[in-house]
Design a protein around this ligand. Structure first.
Ligand code: COD
Ligand code: ZN
Length: 380
């Protein structure tokens, strides 16, 4: 079928919205009519060629929600008409990582996502001239429709509007999982969040929900500090002035923190996360720096039992985590709309990437169909 989609042809050139060919779902795949998709900084990294070579031409988009239109053979967990959110790691359940209970690290899912293919190693997307298109992180949801691996379509069993549910599959699962699973924040802990964009703001909310005693938001953009404060941060530190940053963060935290989350993807802020910690504290690195970037640490400080830990996609079974987070959203305990600084149509994809490059606003949600996405008239 012909669909409109946002295509990255070459890094460093604007993505263009154009008509492409989408094949129907094969066995263990699902065709979804996309209602809405969130624009994440990782889309910027992909568009800028910072996540490795040969990752184009590609249909971008890895965070979104929609309605199932058709299912391939053997798919039983969803049926046409079901509302779903996407997971960009449709874990196989059979590889070593999955069997060890680390489904976010599923080996075939990781391999195929990197190659821009579905789980059988092929693509359902082509340019009209036949050129094969990659599926962005196995999701490719900057598009009117998409075919995803069955495990990548997670049923939404609570009635939350799809333009908000669009954020679940990257920012919310990543942020909440980092707090709950990668870290394991306990009641009363002190948490510092360095970088409060679309993902960092989810770390802030999850830390507050986990009962952290203090949550210190650190960002160079004042507007993000205000959003963080509305989501439960107890203090904000302006990082646009680098002077005495460790001292100022510790003062705002009432001492050196137990946890520091880096949610930007820069070597200097990863080092900052390490530097602010108390002895025994842990830095959780959510952000991914472009290939080739290295971080150095003062080795003597391992004596104080500080740790630094990597983090990918919530460190858990994503589908299960997502389903549980939906209940919190439905109960009104985890807001989503407040991080959506703009709603746009699919043609606004490149502008949304540009705003992220400029550090302007938090999430843009691309809405393919306002009615399907349940966007109220009050939202421009
Ligand atoms: N000091 C303080 N704050 C800063 C600095 C700095 N030097 N530089 C940027 N910031 C702030 C910005 O003002 C902004 O508020 C925030 O950092 C970044 O936010 P966004 O909205 O641009 O980015 P997110 O939240 O959409 O994405 C951040 C990630 C770090 C999660 C993402 O880009 C990333 O690195 N992902 C890697 C992991 C990955 O690939 N996951 C798969 C899909 S996400
Ligand atoms: Zn993302």
């Amino acid at each position: 079928m012909r669909i409109r989609a946002a295509v990255l042809h070459q890094p460093g050139t604007p993505v263009t919205v154009e008509e492409v060919e989408l094949d129907g779902p094969k066995a263990d795949e699902v065709l979804v009519r996309v209602a809405a998709a969130g624009v994440c900084h990782s889309d910027v990294h992909l568009a800028d060629g910072a996540l490795g070579p040969n990752r184009w031409p590609m249909v971008l988009g890895h965070e979104g929600a929609g309605v199932v239109e058709a299912v391939g053979e053997r798919v039983t967990h969803v049926a046409p008409g079901d509302r779903v959110a996407f997971s960009f790691v449709p874990s196989c359940g059979a590889c070593r990582a999955c069997r060890a209970g680390r489904r976010n690290l599923c080996e075939p899912a990781g391999r195929n996502a990197f190659a821009g293919r579905l789980m059988d190693g092929t693509s359902r997307l082509r340019m009209p001239d036949g050129t094969v298109l990659q599926h962005g992180l196995m999701t490719a949801c900057f598009a009117e429709r998409t075919v995803v691996a069955a495990a990548g379509a997670v049923p939404l069993d609570a009635d939350i509007p799809l333009w908000q549910a669009a954020l679940l599959g990257c920012g919310v699962v990543t942020g909440a999982g980092a707090v709950r699973n990668t870290a394991g924040v306990r009641l009363g802990d002190t948490v510092v969040v360095i970088g409060c964009g679309g993902v960092g703001l989810q770390v802030v909310a999850a830390a507050a929900l986990a009962g952290a005693g203090r949550v210190v938001a650190v960002d160079r953009d004042h507007a993000k500090l205000e959003m963080a404060s509305a989501r439960g941060a107890t203090a904000g530190v302006d990082a646009s002035d680098g002077e005495d940053l460790v001292k100022r963060i510790r003062a705002a935290a009432g001492g050196a923190p137990d946890w520091a989350f880096e949610v930007i993807g820069r070597a200097d802020t990863m080092r900052l996360a390490w530097d602010v910690l108390r002895p025994g504290g842990t830095a959780i690195v959510v952000g991914l720096a472009p290939a080739g970037v290295e971080v150095s640490l003062p080795a003597i400080e391992f004596l104080s039992e500080k740790s630094i830990k990597g983090c990918y996609y919530g460190s858990t079974d994503v589908a299960d985590e997502l389903s549980r987070l939906v209940r919190l959203v439905a109960a009104g305990r985890l807001p989503l709309a407040d991080v959506i600084s703009r709603v746009s149509d699919l043609d606004g994809a490149e502008d949304a990437l540009e705003r992220l490059r400029r550090g302007e606003g938090a999430r843009t949600v691309l809405v393919m169909d306002r009615e399907l996405a349940q966007v109220p008239d009050s939202v421009p």
